[in-house]
Design a protein around this ligand. Structure first.
Ligand code: ADP
Length: 345
C-alpha cells in the first residue's frame, strides 16, 4: 500500500487521524491530523510526533497485543481547551504491524456537560438561600417565638418574601426552558405591539409609583403589528421595563419607544424598533456582553434585594432570537442604559 493511497484513505475519515507504520514512524496523516499534531509529522518517529503520554501508552499497548485502546487527550489551541477521545487500533499492513490513531474532538459535548453542571449548581445555590431562611424562621416560630405574636407577624412576612422569591425563580426557569424548546419555530400570528406596550405599562404602573418613576411612552396607542407570540413579547417588554424601574433610580423617567422602520439593516427588511431607556447609574462596558447569560448580575446583592432572579435578560434574549430579532445594549456609568430590540415585520 503506497503512502498516497493511505493518505487518501485517512483523508476520508472525518476525524484527525494518523497511521504509524514500519519502524514506528508516521506513515500517513490527514489534514486534521497534521493540524492537530504539526504540519511535518509524516516520516517522524511517533514518540517525537505525538508526545502525549496517555496516547503514547495506548499506541504502545495496542502495538504489543493487538487490542484496540481508547484514551482521553486534553490540549489547548489558540487559548481554547480541547478534549479528544483517542482510539489506537493495530492493523496489519502486510509488511508488518501498524497503528491507526484517531482523535475525535468531543470538546462541544464536554462543554455542554460543564454548562449543565454549572446551571444545576447555580439553580441549587439560588434556591438554597431562601430555603435556608425559611427553615430558620420555621424553627424560630416553633421555639423561641412560640408565644410572641408581634415577632410571628414579622417572621411570617419575611417568610412570605422568601417563598415569593422561590416562586419567581421557578417561574423564570420554566419560561426559559419553554422559550428554549420553541426557539426554532418562528411565531407568525400578528401581534399589536403598541397595545401590548400600553397594557404592560398599566400593569407596571403600581411598581413605578412605588419607586417614584414616571413613564415616557413614545409611540401609537395601537396598530403596530409584528409577527409574534403575544405572551412572549409581553414578557420582553415587562422584563425590560421592570429592570429600568428597578435600576433606573428613584424620581427618574423610564422611556419606552416604538418606532416602525422601513429598512432594518440587521434583518434586511422592514421592522420595528423597541427602545427601553432609563436614567439610572448605567452599566460598565465590561459587563455588557455577559448580561444576557443566565444568573449573570452586575451587583448580586442589589439584584437580590430588588427581588431579581438573574434570568430576566436571558429570557429576553431567547425570545428575541425566536422572533429573529436583535437585542443591543448600550450603557455607560452615570449615563443610564438603553436596551434596543429590532424585530422584523
Ligand atoms: P435581575 O433579575 O438580576 O434583574 P436580569 O437578567 O434582568 O436579572 O439582569 C441581569 C443584570 O443586569 C442585573 O442583575 C443588573 O445588574 C443588570 N441590569 C439589567 N437591567 C439594567 C438596567 N436597566 N440598568 C442597570 N443594570 C441593569
Amino acid at each position: 500500500m503506497n503512502e498516497a493511497f493511505l493518505t487518501q484513505l485517512l483523508q476520508a475519515i472525518p476525524l484527525a487521524a494518523v497511521l504509524i507504520g514500519r519502524e514506528e514512524r508516521i506513515l500517513a496523516a490527514n489534514d486534521e491530523g497534521r493540524q492537530l499534531l504539526g504540519p511535518a509529522i509524516v516520516g517522524r518517529h511517533f514518540l517525537t510526533a505525538i508526545r502525549h503520554p496517555a496516547v503514547l501508552d495506548a499506541i504502545e499497548a495496542s502495538l504489543h497485543d493487538g487490542q484496540q485502546r481508547r484514551t482521553r487527550h486534553l490540549t489547548s489551541q489558540s487559548g481554547k481547551d480541547l478534549t479528544f477521545d483517542v482510539t489506537a487500533s493495530r492493523i496489519d499492513l502486510g509488511t508488518g504491524h501498524g497503528v491507526l490513531v484517531c482523535f475525535d474532538d468531543i470538546s462541544p459535548v464536554e462543554q455542554a456537560g460543564q454548562m449543565r453542571r454549572d446551571f444545576v449548581a447555580n439553580v441549587s445555590h439560588e434556591l438554597r438561600t431562601p430555603l435556608t431562611a425559611l427553615l430558620g424562621f420555621i424553627e424560630t416560630l416553633q421555639g423561641p417565638a412560640k408565644n410572641d405574636t408581634a415577632a410571628q407577624q414579622r417572621f411570617l412576612e419575611i417568610m412570605q418574601r422568601e417563598a415569593l422569591r422561590m416562586e419567581r425563580l421557578v417561574r423564570d426557569l420554566l419560561s426559559l426552558s419553554r422559550v428554549e424548546a420553541e426557539e426554532r419555530v418562528r411565531p407568525t400570528t400578528p401581534v399589536d405591539l403598541a397595545a401590548v406596550a400600553g397594557s404592560v405599562l398599566r400593569t407596571l404602573a403600581p411598581l413605578a409609583a412605588e419607586n417614584e418613576v414616571t413613564f415616557d411612552y413614545q409611540g401609537p396607542e395601537q396598530g403596530l403589528d409584528v409577527p409574534g407570540d403575544e405572551d412572549q413579547l409581553r414578557q420582553v417588554l415587562t422584563n425590560l421595563v421592570e429592570n429600568a424601574i428597578k435600576y433606573g433610580g428613584r424620581g427618574h423617567a423610564v422611556t419606552l419607544r416604538l418606532t416602525p422602520v422601513e429598512m432594518l439593516t440587521a434583518v434586511n427588511g422592514p421592522g420595528l424598533e423597541i427602545l427601553v431607556a432609563d436614567e439610572g447609574r448605567g452599566i460598565e462596558q465590561v459587563h455588557l456582553p455577559r448580561l444576557t447569560e443566565r444568573f449573570y448580575r452586575v451587583d448580586s446583592h442589589r439584584s437580590r434585594e430588588m427581588g431579581g432572579t438573574g434570568l430576566g435578560l436571558a429570557i429576553v434574549k431567547h425570545i428575541v432570537t425566536r422572533h429573529r430579532g436583535r437585542l443591543r445594549i448600550d450603557s455607560e456609568p452615570g449615563q443610564g442604559s438603553r436596551f434596543t430590540i429590532s424585530l422584523p415585520r
